[in-house]
Design a protein around this ligand. Sequence first.
Ligand SMILES: [Zn+2]
Length: 405
Amino acid sequence: MTIKLYQTKEYDTDFSTKIDSVETADTYSIVTFSETLFYPTGGGQNCDTGELIHNNFTYKVVDVFRDKSTDIIFHKVEKFFPRPGDSVFCRINWDRRFRYMQWHTSQHLLSQAFIRINPLFKTVSVSFNTELCTMDIEGFPKGDDLVEVEKLVNLKCSENLKIEAITVKDEDLKKLPVRRPPKVSGEIRLIKIGDWELAGCGAPHLSSTAQVMLIKIIKHEKIKGNLTRIYFMSGLSAIEDYSQKHNLVRNISMHFSTGSDELMERFNGFVNAFTKTAAQLKTVSSELGKILLEDAIKQAFIFGAGRLATITLSGERIIIAKEVIRSFSTPDVILLLLSIDQENVTAYLVGGHGIKTELNKLVAPVISEIGGKGGGRPQYVQFSFNKKEIENFKSRFMNQLKSIK
Ligand SMILES: [Zn+2]
């Protein structure tokens, strides 16, 4: 087994040791020591990372894992080819470790708080893979429960409770108010947070609750069975998140020329005004569309099988294209609508009632010849092409129309 320095020297950031064993692959080595500060992935928590220094060269420690049957901890080291017995100096990534200790300690506080407000809310699993941590609990807490839990855990942070690891024997466990029975037997490591929380755990923790700084429940959702997933942030990550959200609110407030206390009211006013304007735009678009359609039909090009009405929209008018098409229903007329947006033309070809020509087949060769893209049904075709092909398109399409008997 490997001696777990991270359980007794949680605040140490480096250690010197000798290599016990090494297995070398092409680009990395798997290394063991007799003792280590590196916490291995487990219990829902990612491993420590860091660096290993050997003969003045520094190598990255990218992964750490434990073999449960032998209790040996393995370190995956990038591009490192030492020998057993070599002396090395190791340093863990302290920023990462400290954040993990904050997240992990927060989870202890949250798990205890949930069962304090309702004994049914037992924690069944946890995950600390990103700064947005999760814990799955039994039952379905309500919004008020979450508010109460959040207040309670932050109160416990402010009380600066001492956190310590104690070791007890199996037979003594029954006498203790342990929240979560340990999964191991023999000598049991328990984490004690003041007189408030006691649970079996093998990970490194903070030494006092004040170092958690802040716990914020972000959201919750029902998941499989009768479980609820709680999302939370804590520690430095929560403070960074608060700062980012504060900047976001401040920028939006400046945009609305108001303070954050009136922001929601201003935003609702903005949404209402936008909804009203969108409805007005739809009405005006429809009316303008009808006028353009009437005009285009009066000037329609007459060919063997019917008439072709053409409307060209550009600039801000392209916004009414869909309304024009929706308003079109003239029998025996084909509508060609060309919507020009900078260098791109979106074309719509719509057959009115009584048009027998399959417009998709009629226009397909023209689309291909001008390098366009798109297609559709016999009486509705949508395609696009480059603006410089617009005259080329018109003349080729007119030739196609004239070919209809
Ligand atoms: Zn723990």
